[in-house]
Every structure is written in structure tokens, then in C-alpha cells.
Design a binder for this molecule. Structure first.
Ligand SMILES: *[C@@H]1O[C@H](CO)[C@@H](O)[C@H](O)[C@H]1NC(C)=O
Ligand SMILES: *[C@@H]1O[C@H](CO)[C@@H](O)[C@H](O)[C@H]1NC(C)=O
Ligand SMILES: CC(=O)N[C@H]1CO[C@H](CO)[C@@H](O)[C@@H]1O
Ligand SMILES: [Ca+2]
Ligand SMILES: [Ca+2]
Length: 589
């Protein structure tokens, strides 16, 4: 097993349920809607492509690279926030939900992006950040001044007086995501406000119907601009527990997980995460999506949800027997399980079990291995396991999600304390910041081996480039006979052409301690078998142990970068030798 350097997501504390040993799940066949087998691709706009040489990625940069996404086989790109923002949390602190951040471009640039995407048949999904706004948002300024209609737009509280010291204290012991108290005193209003993230990100009050209506207006506004849906940010923290009869908030209990009292993991977070009202709000947003499609026609508008939560909670986002919810609550299990137990076939199996065995019938699975909050996948799983991980994401049933650069095997950049930008790191200190920093996975995208990796013509980019850009980039990998990029593309092509991958049943297991095997099958269509050796030594496996119905020989379709086998060659099912880190996609035709 490999040890992992990973940022434990703020919201993944709860232990996942006990998985059972059943390894077979069946999928319903029939026509699938566009999102059910989609290839989602996350763009971090600040770091994707800079069109005007200021060192910061922008909308025109994205537009200029849409052909690359088309060529990759992407169905829909979701953009991290592009809205007006003081950039304290790089766009997750929105001061105007209805406009574009000037350094990213204008509304016209956005319309040009949508137009070009439509021409190419690509869908654009925006990030919806419902939990909070920036403290520079007009709504917050009005709320501070108690202007009519805005008095209760945010979560205000008087705080309490300490009986011994006589001093004013925050209403509760709740902690924010970026270290320290979740309550901030506001001099002007003479009250505390809640912020589950940075001080400059006050939480909106969803118990106020005006807030609910306003945020639905945000959704409709961008739907009218032609977006294909939303990816909803940080959902588990939307609602907090209600105050007691005396108007007081209860304290969270200590979790016992860390001694660091500023770290949110110090507390259990039962009262300010994963509340039932949040699920219902998602159902309401789904109605907004469906209504829009009913009125204006076109393809399904999708709702994707960010939630690091136990399955019992996460699965409710899908909806229930009477109500539709999110199309896809993002599945981070392939990130969180290996983070707990190391990268191994068994941690991957647990991750898959925890999703497929808990997912309600008739729903669509999805697989995520990275985003702008995590270290890059190649760094976390190890470069030698990168192709295996991309294969797992693409061969398992349902939608796949790629964070920009995963197709290239981009690794983390190293960022000095002086260059550090992320508030999660800046709120710590020079000794420990690397533990909290999300900057390493946000370094500029690597297009070429030239100046600034072709990202920008600026003398200084907003974050420095990762060291490996001269060898790991689109230009070099496209020209090479074999590369991570080319393997990624063949996987996408296989997904698009294989009825088995689109509609087939799924069986998976661990074989010979560290080999993860997946079989997809559909009657009348070739079977697809993925074999990934996640161990550090070579091994010969007998696939009979996994499935007795396989033929004696299988044809190699796709192989990991350092595999020395030949594509198109036949391999014995019972006696398949695998080198360390070798991963193969095989078929019976
Ligand atoms: C489904 O969810 C709705 C909305 O939250 C709720 O009112 C209803 O009771 C739920 N139905 C079932 C069968 O769980
Ligand atoms: C693949 O790469 C890993 C890690 O670099 C190495 O241990 C393994 O031997 C390589 N396998 C082959 C077939 O080259
Ligand atoms: C993956 C992701 O989108 N993470 C974001 C969650 O929300 C917080 C606050 O809005 C951001 O800081 C994260 O980047
Ligand atoms: Ca720019
Ligand atoms: Ca909240």
C-alpha cells in the first residue's frame, strides 16, 4: 500500500457505512439521457487559459480552447465560479451573482463562449454557490444596515455574555472551514454573523423565503443565458440547526479527531452540516430546472451536487419515490476511501461498494477523483496508478468527472509561502501551510512546453507553474506515440462506442490482494474487463477466481502507459501476468 498525501476534505468526517460483500449490481437498460453516460470536465477558469496576458485565466481563454475539450470527447464542462468577486476565496465569494468577474471577461464574452460551445455540441455548466455571498455583496451591505427586506438575509445573532468575565462571546463554538470561529462580530450592526467558510463569506439565511426566492432567480437568470445546468457548491452546510426556545444555538461536541482547536475537524459538525432541510431545498431547485426545460424546451438541465457526507445523507439528494432531486450527487468515495486506507484494490473496492450498494434503484452513478480542493490525482494515487484510476472512472457505470489536467497526469505544483494564495493556507502559518493549501492543484494548465506552458504570455502567472510542465503538456503528449492523454482519449472513445459500457451490468472485486477487476456485460455486446494492479510488485492472476464465465482468452484494448503488452493481442484469462502499476482494458471480441 502506498501512503497518501491528501487534504482530508472538510466535510468527510463521518465514517461510511459497512459495505456488504455482494459484488454484482445490475443496471437498467434502455435509452439514456445525455448526462447519464456523460464525460464531465471541470475547468478552473483562473488557471485554464489566459487570453490577454495578465497571468490570469479568463473566459476568452476558455472559448479559445473549447475545441480541445471537443477533441477530448467531453460532453459538458463545468466552470468553477466566474461571477463578480473580490477573490478572497477565488470566486467562491460572490459579490454579484448576476455578472461576470471583470478579470475573467464580460457578459458578451460569456455569451460568445456559450455560442461557440453550442456550435461544437458542448454543454456548459456553471458553479452555483448557494450557501454564502461575499461580504461585499449589496445584499450583505443592506443587511448590515438592516434595510427593509434584507434584515434577515444572513445569519445574525447577538452572541452571549460570559458569566465569569462579563465579556461578549460568539453564539456557539462552531468552527469555519478555513480555521477559527464561524462567527464574526460586525461593529456596525452590533451583532455576530455566521460564516461557514472565510470571514468574507457570510452565510445566507435559508429560513428566510426571500433568500430562497432570490437564489432561484439566480438559477433562472443563467438558465436563460443558455447554461445546461449547475454544479452546486458546498451543499451540506446550507442549513444549520435552529436555535432553541431562548434563541440560543447549541455547541457542537468535540470529535476527538484532532487536538487543533482551530481546525474544523476538532468538532463533530452534526449541527451545522447535513441537515434535512438542505435535501428539500435541492428538490426545489430540481423543480426550477425541470420547469425551465418544460417552458423553453431543449435538453435536460442538470443539477450536480457537491457533498462530502455519509451515504445515508448523500443518497437522499437523488430524490425519493415521489420527488426528483439532483441528477448526480458527486461521488467522492474514490478520493476519501484511499485517503483513509491508502491506495489499494481493497480501498477502491470499498469506495465502489459504498456508492453502488447504497444508491437507490434506477439512479445514475458517477465517479470523481479530483477537483480544485484536492491534491492532483497523479500526486495522490501516484503517477504509476494514474492510468488505472482514469480507467476505473471510465469503466465503472454512470457519468465520469475529470478535473482539468487529470487527462495529462499533471502533478501538484510546489508553492512557496510567499506565493501562497489560498485562504485555507494563508489563515495558518509558514510552518504548516502546506497541509492546508489547495494551491498545488490550481497551478496553470499545461498546454505546451514553451513559455508559461502556453497558458499565458505574462511575465508572472497568478500561481507559478508546476515543475513538470516541459514533459507533461497537451502538445508533447499529443505528439508522443503513447501518453496519458492518448490513453484517456481511447478510454473516452471506448465509452462512446461501447453499448456494454453505456448500459451493461457491473461486477467488480479484488483479485490476488491488490488487483482491482471490473467486468461490464450486456447480452449481445462484447464484455469489457478492466484489470488494474495497484500493488508495487508484479503478479500473475487467475481471472477464474473472479468470474467463471469468462472465455479462455481476452483481447487487449487499452493499456496503461508503462505496460509492455501489445494492443490487439490475446491474453490467457487464467495466467495473466501484470507488472507493478499495470492496468489493462480487455474484451472478449
Ligand atoms: C420525499 O421527499 C419529500 C420532500 O422532502 C417528502 O415530503 C416526502 O415525505 C418524501 N417521500 C418519501 C417516500 O420518502
Ligand atoms: C510501471 O511503473 C511503475 C512505477 O513507476 C514501476 O514500478 C513498474 O515497474 C512499471 N511497469 C512497467 C511494466 O514498466
Ligand atoms: C470542490 C469545491 O467546489 N470546493 C469549494 C467548496 O466551497 C468552498 C466555499 O465556497 C470553496 O472554498 C471550495 O473551493
Ligand atoms: Ca487574463
Ligand atoms: Ca449555511
Amino acid at each position: 500500500m502506498q501512503s497518501l498525501q491528501v487534504l482530508i476534505p472538510v466535510f468527510c468526517l463521518a465514517l461510511l457505512g459497512q459495505a456488504c460483500q455482494d459484488t454484482t449490481t445490475t443496471t437498467t437498460t434502455g435509452t439514456k439521457d445525455w448526462w447519464q453516460n456523460a464525460q464531465f470536465y471541470q475547468i478552473y477558469p483562473r488557471s485554464f487559459m489566459d487570453s490577454d496576458g495578465d497571468g490570469i485565466g479568463d473566459l476568452n481563454g476558455i472559448t479559445s480552447k473549447l475545441e480541445y475539450l471537443k477533441d477530448l470527447g467531453v460532453t459538458a464542462a463545468w466552470l468553477s465560479p466566474i461571477f463578480t468577486s473580490p477573490m478572497v476565496d477565488f470566486g467562491y465569494d460572490i459579490s454579484d451573482f448576476f455578472d461576470i468577474q471583470p478579470e475573467y471577461g464580460t457578459m458578451d464574452d460569456f455569451r460568445a463562449l456559450i455560442k461557440k460551445a453550442n456550435e461544437l455540441g458542448l454543454k456548459i455548466i456553471l458553479d452555483f454557490v448557494p450557501n454564502h455571498s461575499s461580504d461585499e455583496n449589496e445584499w450583505f451591505k443592506k443587511s448590515v444596515r438592516r434595510e427593509k427586506g434584507y434584515e434577515d438575509f444572513y445569519m445574525w445573532h447577538d452572541g452571549k455574555v460570559n458569566a465569569e468575565t462579563g465579556k461578549r462571546e460568539p453564539p456557539s463554538n462552531w468552527l469555519q472551514g478555513f480555521r477559527g470561529s464561524a462567527w464574526q462580530w460586525n461593529e456596525e450592526r452590533q451583532q455576530y454573523y455566521l460564516h461557514q467558510f472565510a470571514v468574507q463569506q457570510p452565510d445566507l439565511n435559508y429560513r428566510n423565503p426571500d433568500v430562497v426566492a432570490q437564489m432561484k432567480r439566480v438559477l433562472r437568470y443563467w438558465l436563460n443565458e443558455g447554461v445546461a445546468g449547475f454544479r452546486c457548491d458546498a451543499l451540506p452546510v446550507l442549513f444549520e440547526v435552529e436555535p432553541d426556545a431562548n434563541g440560543q444555538y447549541a455547541d457542537e461536541e468535540v470529535s476527538g479527531l484532532t487536538d487543533d482547536k482551530d481546525d474544523r475537524n476538532y468538532l463533530k459538525m452534526d449541527l451545522i452540516e447535513n441537515r434535512p432541510e438542505t435535501i428539500d431545498m435541492t428538490y426545489q431547485w430540481r423543480t426550477v430546472m425541470d420547469d425551465h426545460q418544460r417552458i423553453y424546451g431543449g435538453d435536460t438541465r442538470v443539477l450536480l451536487i457537491e457533498t462530502y457526507a455519509p451515504p445515508a445523507y448523500t443518497m437522499q439528494f437523488y430524490g425519493n419515490r415521489s420527488v426528483e432531486g439532483a441528477h448526480l450527487p458527486f461521488n467522492f468515495n474514490l478520493i476519501t476511501e484511499p485517503a483513509k486506507k491508502g491506495v489499494s484494490a481493497s480501498s477502491i473496492k470499498t469506495a465502489v461498494d459504498n456508492w453502488l450498494l447504497n444508491m437507490p434503484a434506477g439512479r445514475t452513478a458517477n465517479w470523481v477523483i479530483g477537483n480544485h480542493d484536492q491534491r492532483r490525482s497523479a500526486s495522490r494515487y501516484g503517477v504509476s496508478n494514474l492510468d488505472a484510476m482514469n480507467m476505473i472512472v471510465m469503466i465503472l457505470p454512470g457519468a465520469s468527472v475529470t478535473y482539468q489536467g487529470e487527462e495529462l497526469g499533471m502533478i501538484d505544483g510546489w508553492i512557496s509561502w510567499a506565493d501562497t494564495q489560498d485562504p485555507a493556507a494563508c489563515n495558518s502559518n509558514q510552518e504548516i501551510y502546506e497541509k492546508f493549501s489547495r494551491d498545488p492543484s490550481r497551478t496553470p494548465f499545461q498546454w505546451t512546453s514553451g513559455l508559461n506552458a502556453g497558458f499565458s504570455t505574462a511575465s508572472k502567472t497568478w500561481l507559478p507553474l508546476a515543475e513538470d510542465y516541459k514533459t507533461t503538456n497537451v502538445e508533447t503528449e499529443s505528439a508522443a506515440a503513447r501518453s496519458h492523454l492518448k490513453i484517456y482519449k481511447s478510454l473516452v472513445e471506448l465509452r462512446k462506442s461501447s453499448k456494454t459500457l453505456q448500459n451493461g451490468a457491473t461486477k467488480y472485486d479484488v483479485v490476488s490482494e491488490n488487483v482491482f477487476v471490473v467486468k461490464r456485460s450486456l447480452s449481445g455486446s462484447p464484455r469489457i474487463i478492466l484489470v488494474a494492479n495497484l500493488g508495487s510488485r508484479g503478479i500473475t492472476i487467475n481471472l477464474d477466481q473472479f468470474d467463471t464465465t469468462l472465455p479462455t482468452h481476452l483481447t487487449l484494448k487499452i493499456r496503461s502507459l508503462n505496460s509492455s503488452k501489445a494492443e490487439g493481442a490475446l491474453f490467457e484469462t487464467n495466467g495473466l501476468s501484470l507488472a507493478a502499476g499495470e492496468a489493462l482494458v480487455l474484451s472478449d471480441s
